[in-house]
Write a protein that binds this ligand. Sequence first.
Ligand code: FAD
Length: 479
Amino acid sequence: MRIDRDGPVIVWLRNDLRLADNPALAAAAATGRPVIPLYILDQTPSVRPMGAASLWWLDKSLTALAASLEAIGSRLILRRGPTREVLEDLIAHAQPAAVVWNRLYDAASIDRDGGLKAWLKDEGIACESFNAGLLNEPWTVKNGAGQPYKVFTPYWRAARDRLHHVQVEPAPNALPAPARWPPTEALESWRLHPTKPDWSTRFDLWTPGEGGAAERLDDFLSSPVQHYDRQRDLPGVEATSRLSPHLHFGEIGPRQVWVAARNAVEAGDAPAGPVETFLSEVGWREFNHSILFHNPDLPKANFRPEFDGFPWMRDDAAFEAWTRGETGYPIVDAGLRELWATGFMHNRVRMIAASFLVKHLLIDWRAGEAWFWDALVDADLANNVGNWQWVAGSGADAAPYFRIFNPIAQGQKFDPVGAYVRRWVPELASLPDALIHEPWKASAQLDPAARRIYGEPIVGHPAARERALAAYRGLKGEQ
Ligand code: FAD
């Protein structure tokens, strides 16, 4: 980075809340100048504002990051407000020689960051951006015709081929401090932790921050990964890494995940096959970021425009029943209740619950996407929109619309003894395994509160399936 004047370097941190393998931070440290780590909370609608569960996570992640920075002689400067205004104020105060950051890939962030880069350069302030968030940035993986891939398997084959020399940078062990720190805000004054009511009382399974992320990865690679192939679809078993919120906030980067997983295989500590399956899931994260980058309207518009005429229904009561986990289908309800209680939902259940909303209830995927956005601790624009469109059939390499999940059969297959349903829908806990996914058949055994929801589901599966298929045929102009 060429720097033409005296002054400190501002590192503007976004979804890269870590010290290790953070190229913007490393570049700032390498200048030998004072470093000012900065986080800006900008909830104006220019870039999609974070949802409630994300803000819960951010609160803890920033606390952890501030402590890590203090341990190496630095600080985290916190500011809230429209990004440009905050930067103008800070620049007037700190007179930096350079501002650096790690890149984001959604259109609104790209627009904003491009504008800031031009402005900073006009001001004579050096500016550089880096890649902390992806194994391959979206413009680097193209097919033989120079076009971005639209199908996952060839995408991942090409992307994976580029990953022979992945390296990670260690965390700096000291950061020079400026002679005078710019003013910061108190994190508590942002009131990111919910009160009245505090709906996060069961979020204690999470340890946001770089340390928590490293521990999750270690734990996962030390044992659960061995059964990942066979068990990753079973929501009643803790068989997946639960790294998604850590990856979203950049408390760990995909290069670190990649290198640790490959090292575990080479050391004989983890089996190659399941590790490969796990890494291909990380590949889906990469694919979704590529699709979003190349299709900037994706959060609003169908990837496949033929879905633009789909006859979505407006049914507020059904939508509310879905959000509350009161549809009458135990596996769907368990998922929505897990989401509400913990800010997370198992991937298989996300697919079942999302499919139920768009196919059984014929509610627009955008309504479900918005609910997940607010409720998930791992809410991520590329992954959320990409997966919702995948389920709806309107996305890239999507599940065909006419393949409609049967929520009873899905429950029986992936939660065969009802372990997951019993945990999240306790009013069904005493039902025998054979009836746990069809509680209406045991209506007499249910207490009145349970019978209100499970005496009869909000829509019958065969009729809802027929209705969805008819809507799809109508879209295609068939009878
Ligand atoms: P693991 O199985 O351990 O996988 C490792 C990592 O790979 C994950 O942490 C995640 O970063 C990535 N990954 C796994 N599955 C997918 C996938 N299908 N698509 C993209 N990346 C994947 N994931 C998000 O991170 N944020 C979201 O907002 C999000 N919304 C979703 C909405 C719907 C309707 C569906 C069906 C899936 C969504 N996913 C989302 C993908 C997936 O459900 C989660 O990434 C996964 O459940 C996280 O659990 P894990 O970390 O234990 O995953």
